[in-house]
Design a protein around this ligand. Structure first.
Ligand SMILES: *Cc1c(COP(=O)(O)O)cnc(C)c1O
Length: 411
């Protein structure tokens, strides 16, 4: 490790919201006024005893934290090498890590007296988590979602509606996550005083990348302690899938100062041609999207490129600014798992351990399976960011019930 992170996490971002060159805030002045208010309020409120205690109580009594770390013994044997451990964020209430930052954001909204939460969603997981948080606090909720994802992730749309949220279909562009963010931003701009925009990952203008990381840091803090308790050592490698990068930044933040290799796993999609994947840190160039600077997959005009992944929650052309910095620093490495490998992880974890992962998390599982074999010994801690219930219909109808069927369906 070349760089000194001894002041982490307070080291980043700086007071202007920058992580090195990345992050910042590239937004209209009227929105900047509101973001500054949110930043000031957050920096003050998050340090108060009352806020900390309320969030701690919610995590324990409502979300069911701490989530366990599980030694995936049979999966490790199957791979024949390093021991694989899973941080079970699939067991967090609503079935993914996202509720960690949604409860934090909604609690902040309550302290700020906001009446409505506005959010975007890709896989529907952020929408469900947001709608859950809104119901918990008795605040209105409006979720923007691309029409393609509405069809693909129908069970989550039903959940959001049952939780009392309004789902706004987004019908422009590719009708997926990027357009949903655009649409939610526009809605927030129309009403920034009584509503608050709650972004779904460590992306967007300052203070969101910082705030979401801080709320997700519980994953890293818990799993470091749990892993030490279980094994007496730190893991050799910690890996997590990266869309915007919140579950990854959450678990990585617990190990930044440790001699532990951190690997973000990006979606390789159906090929490595632009448009067929969403491997942003691997193939992007610095650019601006949704009010912040980061590695960005761009078309020849420098606009955010069309991206694709089998996992709706990973198909975003940008990536968090902190990931962008840590890629340049060499503190976090980025690897790729493609659709077929993710399906292998999805089917295998179900059969071998009785845990059906979200397609997003299956990318990290697939990478750990490959890496375990290569390493031969040692240990890998995987952030299992969510459960696969939302993907069951889509996977079985499109690809069948095992990897052989899936490969045939792709011929
Ligand atoms: C949304 C989602 C992701 C991707 O988001 P990050 O911000 O990159 O963590 C990963 N896994 C699951 C289960 C998700 O719902």
């Amino acid at each position: 490790m070349t760089k000194n992170y001894s002041r982490y996490p307070n080291q980043y971002p700086d007071s202007t919201g920058h992580f090195g060159d990345y992050g910042g805030s590239y937004i209209p002045p009227e929105l900047q006024v509101e973001m500054d208010k949110i930043t000031d309020a957050y920096l003050h409120i998050c340090k108060t005893h009352k806020f900390i205690e309320e969030l701690r109580s919610i995590r324990k009594h409502y979300q069911g934290r701490p989530t366990p770390v599980f030694h995936a013994d049979r999966l490790s044997q199957l791979c024949g090498g390093a021991q694989i451990y899973l941080k079970r964020e699939d067991l967090n209430h609503t079935g993914a890590h996202k509720l960690n930052h949604c409860m934090g954001e909604a609690l902040l909204a309550k302290y700020l007296g906001k009446k409505k939460l506005i959010a975007e969603t890709g896989a529907g997981q952020h929408g469900v988590a947001m709608a859950t948080a809104a119901a918990y606090f008795g605040i209105k909720c409006e979720i923007h979602m691309g029409e393609v994802d509405i069809v693909k992730e129908a069970p989550n749309v039903i959940r959001m509606k049952l939780l009392g949220a309004t789902v706004v279909p987004v019908s422009f562009g590719l009708k997926t996550l990027k357009e949903a963010v655009d649409s939610a931003f526009q809605a927030y701009l129309r009403d920034p005083i009584t509503s608050i925009y709650c972004i779904g990952s460590v992306v967007g203008p300052h203070p969101f990348p910082m705030m979401v990381r801080d709320f997700q840091a519980v994953v890293g803090i818990e799993s470091r302690e749990q892993f030490l308790d279980m094994t007496g050592e730190l893991p050799d490698v910690v890996c997590a899938c990266v869309g915007g990068g919140s579950n990854a930044m959450g678990i990585f933040s617990g190990f930044i100062n440790d001699p532990v290799k951190l690997v973000g796993v990006e979606p390789g999609g159906r090929s490595l041609n632009l448009g067929d994947h969403a491997a942003t840190a691997a193939f992007g160039k610095p650019g601006i999207i949704h009010g912040f600077k980061c590695y960005l997959l761009q078309d020849e005009k420098g606009e955010p490129a069309a991206v694709y992944s089998i996992a709706s929650g990973l198909d975003y052309p940008g990536v968090g600014p902190e990931h962008s910095l840590m890629k340049d620093d060499g503190r976090i490495s980025y690897e790729i798992a493609n659709d077929i490998e993710a399906l292998d992880g999805f089917y295998t974890l179900g059969r071998v351990e009785g845990i059906i992962p979200a397609l997003e998390s299956a990318h990290a599982v697939a990478y750990s399976m490959k890496l375990a074999k290569e390493m031969g010994h040692g240990s890998i801690l995987v952030n299992l960011s969510g459960r696969g219930d939302k993907d069951l219909d889509f996977v079985t109808e499109t690809y069948g019930f095992n990897l052989d069927e899936a490969k045939k369906s792709l011929l």
